[in-house]
Write a protein that binds this ligand. Structure first.
Ligand SMILES: Nc1ncnc2c1ncn2[C@@H]1O[C@H](COP(=O)(O)OP(=O)(O)OP(=O)(O)O)[C@@H](O)[C@H]1O
Ligand SMILES: [Mg+2]
Length: 324
């Protein structure tokens, strides 16, 4: 069993009368990607801000790499890298200058490390341009590079795919998997995107109204738990309905099918204008979701006949319609 790099014990945070985080206990292990999944206002950012030392918890304890965040603040903070909302950067300086300033601020002298993280996030070609000329996704990438400069044991990212294009999301997924599975970093990512969490994470915790409702393995980890014999299941993949797409053009199920490689077309069927069905094993489901996302097909949810992560998410969060 891997070591718990992040431990949250009975954390509570209240703003006025509203409990943003309510008695939250969870751990993130070395070598895993932990997904923090919940609707708007669930308490994800508040939790992450407490771990990053930007907010004080009202009650409870936070331990990072074995150090107590309150009593051994500097040692604990030295183990964390992260991005909360917008990474802080100086627009009039280049991406590289920003990274150099950040590294200096943290007493890091290894110049090679900067080149290394720039390459890791795929910004080598544009790193010498001023940050104010970057797109949102490029800023995210530099933010991620910054979070990694000091080789943290815990990487914590709030909605990291915000602003990334499908290619960027794919790269981020590979990068995070690499960091976790090869280098043993404990990675925690928040999101309200189900399909994305399923493809990216090893375990997912569902949070709603400040409470952690369930933690379960997903993807490979889930298949592994089932003794590696996770059989075929009938999945229903619903595409984003046009009214939810804020003016984007939304492909229908037939167009989504046409976007898939030849071999997939016999396996997947359009069951309505906005839904696909297929009998797949979990590995194939991940591949299919990856293909759809890469083709820019916006998904709203994935369902299957037994109590899946999606069913669970919608039953515990009330379909995400529960802003308190
Ligand atoms: N500084 C603050 N003052 C008052 N209320 C706050 C503050 N920060 C957050 N909240 C409230 O705490 C609750 C949790 O907010 P939080 O930002 O943690 O949610 P979230 O899960 O990150 O949501 P989203 O998916 O929309 O980013 C919300 O009801 C929010 O309005
Ligand atoms: Mg948030």
């Amino acid at each position: 069993m891997s070591e718990d790099v992040l431990k949250l014990k009975h954390i509570t945070k209240q703003f006025g009368r509203r409990k943003a985080v309510d008695d939250l206990t969870l751990s993130v292990r070395a070598g895993e990607i932990f997904g923090f999944l919940g609707p708007n206002g669930a308490g994800k950012t508040t939790t992450i801000k407490m771990v990053m030392g930007f907010l004080f918890e009202d009650t409870g304890h936070i331990e990072i790499g074995g150090f107590d965040l309150r009593h051994q603040y500097e040692k604990a903070m030295a183990q964390v890298g992260g991005i909360v909302e917008n990474p802080e950067m100086y627009g009039q300086f280049s991406g590289r200058q920003n990274l150099e300033m950040y590294a200096r601020l943290h007493g890091l002298k290894d110049r090679h490390r900067i080149d290394e993280v720039v390459r890791l996030v795929g910004m080598d070609k544009r790193i010498n341009e001023k940050v104010k000329r970057y797109s949102l996704g490029m800023k995210q990438r530099v933010g991620l590079a910054q979070a990694l400069v000091h080789r943290p044991r815990l990487l914590i990212l709030d909605e990291p795919t915000n602003g990334l294009d499908p290619d960027g999301i794919h790269q981020l997924r590979d990068l995070l998997k690499n960091l976790a599975h090869k280098e043993g970093v404990a990675v925690m990512v928040s999101s309200h995107q189900l399909a994305e969490m399923q493809m990216m994470c090893d375990r997912v915790g569902i949070i709603n109204q400040g409470r952690l409702l369930d933690v379960r393995p997903v993807g490979q980890a889930a298949a592994g738990e089932a003794g590696g014999e996770a059989g075929l299941r009938l999945y229903r993949i619903e595409l984003l309905p046009p009214e939810a797409a804020r003016g984007q053009t939304v492909p229908d199920a037939q167009e989504a099918l046409a976007a898939l490689p030849e071999g997939w077309r016999g396996l997947v069927h359009a069951v309505s204008g906005q839904a696909l069905e297929a009998e797949l094993d979990p590995q194939q489901l991940q591949e299919l979701l990856g293909l759809l996302l890469e083709a820019g097909i916006p998904l709203s949810q994935v369902l299957h006949s037994s109590r899946s992560l999606e069913d669970l998410y919608f039953s515990v969060t009330g379909g995400g319609q529960s802003l308190a």
